[in-house]
Ligand binder design. Structure first.
Ligand code: ACO
Length: 429
């Protein structure tokens, strides 16, 4: 079988042989197709990058049709069952599971860097009482670049690694403090005797007790949620990190851009929208009317559908199970019944079946987060903490990829050309 594509340009009658490699053709080869010598080369129009590979990557594999997700080749189900978030973070960053010594060193290094400069605390205190914690997280991660100006030296491997460790370590501290700011409660310093996730819960919920002892089942469930969110190949926020990182800016600024992307309701903000939707539906009897509204195009069924998964999102399955573990401790969230019924009805309805719309990771995650007593504004912050190793693995790969260039898509210009400027006194006369 010849691994190439023959393209005939009917404007000129000319034929081109375009090599196919790894299931793709190079946009550059299409750019060589021209109507005449003076015309620009043929471009590919792909809003939202629906069918454009922007990089070669060895971090995360997804088969959306089959509902498969693997980090560095390991199925998400096995990682969620048997690994820890920090081990998964190591895997994503380093490309292989750690030995015992490597794991202990990694956990030690991350734990050692959980504290932030005191000035970070003062500027976080400067946010208004009602500041959205995600906005605070984005600003404070961006601000870390000013505390570590050497982070801009991205060509140095050791320097890159220390910034990666710092960011994974400090993200829970910044996330927890964003939460405490909204609550009007004092910031809690990290407790480095605790595990990564137990320490995060301590910084969130500790009051006057000498040590905050979180229920181990909750620690495990939250750690699993972090694992499920740790990477998802070239999604909107990873693409933002890569795109901004391609300017060779420091990783704090690149990750701040990723946080901005994740903030949006079509990405990380969907679980917040799911809860609002479930609350609005209010009872099982209202579901048919709601579904009719979705089918008539009035609104979307939030937490359903995915750009890549055209099957059940494997993370949603694991979260559904984690729901049971969390609700054993906290009591059942009454919205769960509505969510389960909604899912059942939608999965039997031709509108959703024919469009391959299945529950995504956000459909159940909000219910769990709410059981933890997190307000909806915190949901994306939790997502961001989990996603940080993935963003950094994508960024690290980018910095070492010789084929990468500054991200700069083309456009199809649709505006006017060559207009004569009319001075204001004539236009406004
Ligand atoms: N409810 C109802 N209809 C939907 C939904 C939905 N949730 N999602 C897609 N559709 C419909 C579209 O209207 C479209 O129908 P049409 O062919 O009749 O026009 C068809 O399904 C295809 O949808 P697209 O919008 O083309 O799919 P796209 O890949 O661009 O969008 C997205 C994916 C943004 C996730 C979309 O499914 C959506 O908005 N879902 C709700 C928001 C959500 O849950 N986001 C979380 C995603 S997971 C994450 O980011 C962590």
């Amino acid at each position: 079988m010849t691994e190439s594509l023959t393209v005939r340009d009917n404007r000129t009658g000319q034929e081109y042989d375009v090599p196919i490699s790894e299931g793709a053709i190079k946009a550059k080869d299409i750019g060589a197709i021209k109507a005449d010598d003076d015309s620009p080369g043929l471009a590919i129009y792909d809003p939202g990058f629906v069918n454009t590979a922007s990089c070669r990557s060895a971090v995360t594999f997804i088969d959306g049709e089959k509902g498969i997700l693997e980090y560095r080749g390991y199925p998400i189900e096995q990682l969620a069952e048997s690994s820890t978030f920090l081990e998964v973070a190591y895997l994503l960053i380093n490309g292989a599971l750690p030995s015992k010594a490597e794991y202990e060193q990694w956990v030690h290094d991350i734990t050692y860097h959980t504290f932030v400069h005191e000035n970070v605390k003062s500027f976080m205190e400067g946010f208004r009482y009602d500041a959205h914690p995600m906005g605070m997280l984005m600003a404070s991660v961006g601000a870390l670049s000013t505390f570590y100006p050497e982070a801009g030296v991205i060509g140095d491997a050791d320097n890159r690694m220390i910034q990666i460790i710092r960011m994974i370590a400090k993200m829970p501290t910044l996330g927890a403090w964003s939460f405490r700011n909204a609550q009007g409660k004092p910031f809690v310093y990290p407790d480095n005797e605790l595990s990564y996730t137990a320490n995060f819960l301590s910084m969130l919920f500790k009051m006057s007790e000498s040590r905050y002892e979180a229920d181990e089942r909750l620690v495990k469930a939250l750690d699993t949620l972090f694992i499920l969110h740790a990477d998802h190949e070239q999604n909107c926020s990873a693409n933002a990190v890569r795109s901004v990182g391609s300017s060779q800016v420091d990783p704090y600024s690149a990750v701040a851009a990723g946080i901005g992307a994740l903030y949006g309701p079509l990405h990380g903000g969907a679980n917040e929208a799911v809860l609002r939707m479930l609350r609005r539906i209010g009872s099982k009897s209202e579901i048919p009317a709601f579904i009719e509204g979705v089918k008539n195009g009035n609104e979307k069924l939030m937490g359903f559908g995915h750009r890549v998964y055209k099957n059940y999102d494997p993370r949603a399955k694991i979260i559904k199970k984690a729901c049971d573990d969390v609700f054993d401790v906290t009591g059942v969230n009454p919205l769960l019944e509505i969510a389960q019924e909604l899912e059942k009805i939608a999965l039997e309805d031709d509108y959703f079946v024919s469009r391959k719309l299945y529950p995504n990771v956000d459909f159940y995650s909000g219910l769990i987060y709410e059981a933890f007593q997190f307000p909806p504004e915190m949901f994306t912050v939790l997502f961001a903490i989990g996603r940080t190793p993935g963003w950094l693995a994508q960024w690290l790969e980018l910095t070492q990829d010789k084929e990468q260039k500054i991200a700069r898509p083309k456009q199809i210009y649709t505006g006017d050309r060559g207009l004569d400027f009319t001075p204001r006194d004539q236009r406004w006369a």
